[in-house]
Write a protein that binds this ligand. Sequence first.
Ligand code: CUA
Length: 315
Amino acid sequence: MAWATLDPAGPAARQILDLYWAMVVLGGVGFVVFLALLVAALRRRGRPDRDAPDDGTGRGRFRALLVGAGVIQPLLLITVTFALTLGAMRALPVPGQADDDAAVLVEVVGHQWWYEIRYPDLGVVTANELHLPVDRPVRLQLRSADVIHSFWVPRLAGKTDMFPDFVNEHQLVAEEVGTYLGHCAEFCGLQHTLMRIRAVVQPAEEFDEWVTARREPAAAPEGEIARRGQELFVAANCADCHTIAGTPADGRDGPDLTHLASRETLAAGTLSNATADLRAWVADPHSAKPGAHMPAADLDGEDLDALIAYLEGLE
Ligand code: CUA
């Protein structure tokens, strides 16, 4: 993650990296000139003739230096940086340009502290794990359900803010199959640091299979224990906030759990989706994520086992 911005996997991220290197070089030139002047001044300070009367040439040299290094040089560097930035902004893919029809439309909604992900044209809803087909433009519509968040998957594209009252459109193409980690990049409260997103870039066929499987309603519980778990889920307060398609649970405040078991992580990338983590999360969300809006499930022992068995069956 730390070096992700230096390893782009799509044109938008590459464009930003090119600009970054140009700024590093230009900033480096400015810095070296400054250091050279500083060293020259320090060396001059020690010279015995520095208080000798000025015959006029010193004043002229001083003025040339002041204008050259103090005015022309920064003006030149800033102008070149500005022109390069405009060029990069023009080159970044903007929605409304070509390819919009071929693009996969995805709505990503920031919540405290997780990402809701909807594919309106495909009839798929999920959370925190953004599946994308490789080499196909993706049109993201970004907004927030509460405070300002940000969408940032460094290897794919730059940061884009997610506002509660404004949809920010964003287009990207992922050119390599793989899983890319991303992170909310706008301070949004207590669990800002645990608001993560994974972009799972798949070959077209695999992505289509993923979509087909995710469009199905939830798997019916298998066995007595899982059936009991489903009853508990609906009877307890879980269903007030979570949707499980095909069941009476249709809450919208928390992540859609229809295919929870197919996801790699829980709690926006905070925990793995292994049984022990799932159980610990449901029983006590606040030890993993203090401040999370999910209350602890008021269940223990066999009831909790049943609930977990049900959730684990939601492939
Ligand atoms: Cu959401 Cu920071």
